[in-house]
Ligand binder design. Structure first.
Ligand SMILES: NC(=O)c1ccc[n+]([C@@H]2O[C@H](COP(=O)([O-])OP(=O)(O)OC[C@H]3O[C@@H](n4cnc5c(N)ncnc54)[C@H](OP(=O)(O)O)[C@@H]3O)[C@@H](O)[C@H]2O)c1
Length: 390
């Protein structure tokens, strides 16, 4: 096998290991590492998880033991050269005698980017950077956005019909008219809905408006079945604390005591606030929406909400509707990427609920699109901006 493709295979293995950290590494990046000898034999490997503290390359060095001397490290992200929760990994690599480092990309943190490679090169280690860079950048895009801008990566997820409707008109829905192309609560089929749980698993928080809670009484949990270090934070924008005490959201938080429901409000009575808090719901008052505050009737300011979530070490947020929040999020220019699911249905009812309602939106270009198929449904994934932009 040519050396080039052997390197790529081992780097792909490191990326695969990094992916095993999804749900377990945030607020730090996903990192996987492989140490191999000159024949491509794997001597040690590791995946970074926040709880285990040790970095992927340290786990790989420990597994390789003395055999690490003269070996190559394959890693998706630049080893760090500074003292953080752990000592610099570059020092450990140099001390272990690793002879060559093949990495997909530099650290997205501008404060340390490039320093790790510099230190390794200064110690005589051969460093190669840039192979499999595209998938490596995608994997750590939330970390990049968070570390560069102190705000989470925001994904707007919507499920809709081919004519862009996210729910039937409230009257049709009350009568549950199947001919409206809408059965029960769902627009898309089972396969697409299972995929939504994969996306939930990749995110630190979900965000909806109180309108969705009142209409759908959703649970908003991660039901992917995979382990996560912190429960998915369920964020509700609810200016006047209309969240019903008997909603499934409140009941679930009261039962689990995870305190994983966080409500941002701007007013609302004290008695309701303390009732919700007694049931384990976290409540925070947030500054008012700044842009056309009059039109929004004193609602929480979405960019301020996102800054607050970043302070809570939330690196990624998925907005799951409904029409009003979708519109506010796009108008406020907080959306980084979209995941738009389409069911092959046409509602054709002008009073059905559209994808976005409320603000006048500027046309937005969705770039780097990928198409996904989920049985009869499909989805468009794409970017409104580069999460790595300065
Ligand atoms: N197909 C899908 O993917 C999908 C997903 C979700 C929902 N839906 C559907 O969407 C419909 C609900 O739509 P909706 O527009 O009523 O729900 P929404 O967008 O979830 O909630 C809107 C409400 O959130 C509150 N809010 C607080 N801060 C806000 C802010 N900064 N910007 C905007 N709103 C803010 C406002 O009520 P206050 O002024 O009282 O705070 C507002 O009326 C339901 O029929 C549901 O089934 C569909």
């Amino acid at each position: 096998m040519p050396a080039h493709s052997a390197d790529e295979q081992l780097l792909a293995r490191a990326l695969e290991l990094a992916r095993q950290g999804i749900g377990l590494a945030s607020p730090n990046p996903y990192v996987g590492a492989v140490i191999a000898d000159a024949h491509g034999n794997v001597l040690g490997a590791g995946t970074y998880t926040y709880a285990a503290v040790k970095h992927a390359e340290i786990l790989a060095i420990e597994a390789a033991g003395k055999k690490a001397r003269g070996a190559t490290l394959y890693i998706n992200l630049e080893p760090h050269a500074h003292q953080g929760r752990t000592p610099p990994c570059t020092d450990a690599l140099i001390a272990a005698g690793v002879h060559r480092v093949v990495a997909c990309m530099p650290d997205p943190n501008p404060k340390v980017s490039g320093l790790g490679f510099e230190k390794l090169r200064a110690a005589g280690v051969h460093v190669e950077v840039g192979r499999l860079e595209e998938p490596a950048r995608r994997l750590n895009e939330a970390f990049a956005r968070y570390i560069r801008h102190a705000t989470p990566l925001v994904t707007l997820k919507v499920a809709m019909t081919l004519d862009g409707k996210i729910a039937p008109a409230p009257a049709d829905r009350a009568r549950d008219i199947p001919s409206a192309g809408y059965s029960g609560q769902w627009i898309t089929g089972e396969i697409a809905r299972a995929h939504v749980h994969e996306l939930r698993h990749e995110n630190d928080a979900l965000l909806v408006g109180i309108g969705t809670v009142l209409a759908d009484n959703p649970l908003l949990t991660d039901r992917s079945g995979r382990a996560r270090r912190r429960p998915l934070l369920r964020v509700i924008l609810d200016s006047h604390l209309r969240l019903p005490l008997e909603s499934r959201l409140v009941k679930s938080v009261a039962a689990q005591r995870d305190e994983d429901v966080l409500v941002f409000h701007t007013s609302g009575d004290e008695a309701k606030k303390s009732q919700l808090e007694q049931l384990g719901v976290r409540i925070e008052r947030i500054e008012l929406e700044k842009v056309s505050a009059l039109a929004r009737d004193g609602r929480p300011d979405l960019p301020a909400v996102l800054r607050r979530l970043a302070q809570l070490e939330i690196t990624s947020v998925m907005i799951e509707g409904g029409a009003t929040i979708n519109s506010t999020a796009l108008a406020a220019n907080v959306v980084d990427k979209v995941f738009l699911y389409y069911a092959p249905k046409i509602l054709g009812d002008p009073s059905a609920i559209p994808f976005a309602a409320g603000d006048e939106l500027h046309a937005a270009q969705v770039q780097h699109t990928h198409l996904h198929r989920f049985g009869e449904d499909f989805a468009v994934e794409g970017y409104l901006r580069d999460p790595y932009e300065e």
